[in-house]
Write a protein that binds this ligand. Structure first.
Ligand code: COA
Length: 169
């Protein structure tokens, strides 16, 4: 990770809290997490994150919450200099501004270390907490509607993009 302090690599010891987050109702409602989800899925997620980072296809980080796993934040590469951001918090890490701080940190990593020029954000329509956070870090959400694939179903999604030129002069 670049200069930040909140984000770190996922570890196998995070698996239990990854499992707790993945089976939390808000996570199920607003993300494509598989249902049912097992502890073995959590370990596979941690291994897959390492493999994807080595391949350069996705960069997934754990969000530190007082020394414990507090959630995850990712940049998935979707084209040259372009990535899509994703994030979610463990239920006991919510309501503290952690997601906003993590998002700012991963965006800085994307611009500076991955040389991204554009980052896309999507959220299922109705995910107002995610919308508020995206707007706080600079995403301009207009009337741009897209879709998200969740467990085999296309659901309506808010969509926005952020360009590097707005951040680095
Ligand atoms: C999205 C998520 C990471 C946000 O967590 P958080 O940072 O704890 O978010 P909060 O609940 O503090 O909400 C963020 C802000 O939105 C505001 N907000 C939330 N719901 C709102 C609503 N319905 N109307 C208006 N404002 C709302 C909160 O008041 C808060 O503002 P504040 O910081 O001024 O108090 C968390 O809800 C989560 O993990 N959700 C499940 C996974 C997910 O949806 N990931 C995003 C996929 S795009």
């Amino acid at each position: 990770m670049s200069n930040g302090t909140l984000l770190r690599e996922l570890r196998e010891s995070d698996a239990e809290r990854v499992f707790e987050q993945a089976t939390d109702p808000l996570t199920v409602e607003f993300t494509p997490v598989p249902v049912p989800y097992t502890r073995s899925d959590a370990l596979d997620y941690i291994t897959a994150a390492r493999v994807a980072a080595e391949a350069g296809t996705e960069h997934v980080f754990a969000i530190d919450h007082g020394g414990r796993f507090g959630g995850s934040c990712s940049l998935r590469v979707i084209g040259p200099h372009r990535a899509e951001v994703g994030y979610g918090l463990h239920p006991d890490a919510r309501g503290r501004g952690l997601a906003t701080a993590a998002l700012n940190e991963i965006l800085r990593f994307g611009w500076e270390d991955l040389d991204l020029r554009q980052v896309t954000w999507r959220a299922k329509v109705g995910n107002t907490a995610s919308l508020v956070i995206a707007q706080r870090v600079g995403f301009r959400v207009r009337d741009e509607l897209g879709t998200l694939r969740q467990r085999g179903e296309e659901v309506p999604a808010w969509r926005a993009t952020l360009k590097r030129s707005w951040h680095i002069c």
